[in-house]
Design a binder for this molecule. Sequence first.
Ligand SMILES: [Zn+2]
Ligand SMILES: [Zn+2]
Length: 549
Amino acid sequence: MATGLRIMPLGGLGEVGKNMMTIEYGRNVLVVDAGMMFPESDMLGIDYIIPDWTYLRDKKDLVRAIVITHGHQDHIGALPHFLEEFDVPVYATRLTRGLIEVKLSRTHMLERTTLHTYAPGDVLNIGPFTIEPYHVCHSIPDTVGLGITTPAGLIVHSGDFKFDHTPVDGWPTDIARLAEFSSRGVLALLSDSTNADRPGTTPSEAVLNDALDQILREAPGRLIIATFASLISRIQQVVDVAARHKRKIAIAGRSMIENTKMARDLGYLVIPKGMLLSQDKIKNLPARQVVIVATGSQGEPMGVLNRLATGRHHLLRIREGDTVVLSSHTIPGNEEVVHGVINRLFQKGADVYYDPVAQVHVSGHASQEEQKTLINIVHPRFFVPIHGELRHLKQHGKLARQLGIPEENIAVIENGYPLIFDNGRMEIGKREPGGYVFVDGALVGETGPTVLRERDALGQSGFVTAIVRYQRQTGRPVGQPRIITRGFIFTPEAEELLSRAIDVIRSAASVEPGTAPDQVEEQVERALSQFLYRETKRKPVVTVAVIGG
Ligand SMILES: [Zn+2]
Ligand SMILES: [Zn+2]
């Protein structure tokens, strides 16, 4: 095993989501973040995706700790699964810890997990690593980047960040600390690439105040605003604007109710006394005094917004005069679903505002000018773009090149490629195998690409099942084979087609005496699939059961 410094991305490089990184030195592994990712629309039945940490399985005893940069799902979503396998302490800031606790208590894992709170300015020693979290602005409070001193040098991990000079909580990114790291000499900067294809500077969260203010002033009735359950800063902004307009507020959606309560208890969310009402109570107020903050801005089937759009919410109904705001960025791949939800809300008589129709969302990630600023302040020897699709990582690499970092000191890599630092040089190692780990109900990692292809085929062309009784001694079918179809064909011609299919089955099941039933099964399946394709140009899922021996 290599004894020097090794950085290994296990998620978030080459994709948006499921961020996870390991930093190794000698027989010590430090893990940064364990996030989840939403499935794409062709991943039928998949709830979410988590990183593939096969690589870490034979280093189980070497993992010292997992440190978390902030409380978004793409950084903490896989934590319950990770902690089931790795019994290691978790370090997080107060709010992030609160969000993790909400998550772990749902899977009854809170008691068996060791959680530590850290804060910007702390210095932690874990194995050979010295970890110094520093404050960064993002779309959730209490986000940190990390200075990680290793025996090979200082690494700066940006987390997700932007340079917002007027953030909701009044606490800008700690530029002084970054400059101080720089003065010590930084070996490598790992930096957020999410917006690497956006020129300029990301607008401050403050610009939302004006947009929300105007929408509220003009809203004739209730205002329903949907966002992520973990966007605590956004919820605070809605509260502030609602207070100015003398409206009361209710929260809809379990995860958001839990997060709001926790953030309020910890002091990260300030709601004036008497302003927050239950959904039940707020129903009795005049519409012009009501703001409802809801989950489901990505059109998630169980999110409040989707249930409102389809009239399936147990308490609330959309009605004429409602104003709905989607205050979040649509995750790539979710557009169709989100547009469907927007259309249905309009149909039900609501007025709907969404990005880019109105500036109701700003990104929490740095654009090009901010990314350049970070590189210039930190002035690293090596540069590694993280958090983004390959196009974002490539762009970010180009920016670093423009700022004078030599080509050979920039590593644009995807998940699974280790970076090895040795004698002042950086090398990209051999790719470790890995892939998607799908979470499908209670199944973790058991649903693979084959199952997804089958689900796709089922959705496209349905299935055809044949049951054949067979006598091994004679190598002949016995009696009439049965065919069952679902979602495949339903026309007057079907009967004729299926009776010809039975002939095909019978002849495919007429074989050399003594042939084993499973061989016959394969043969019948192939013959039947080919026949159905020839006749219908469709490829249903074909299964055959050959019974007897
Ligand atoms: Zn984030
Ligand atoms: Zn993120």
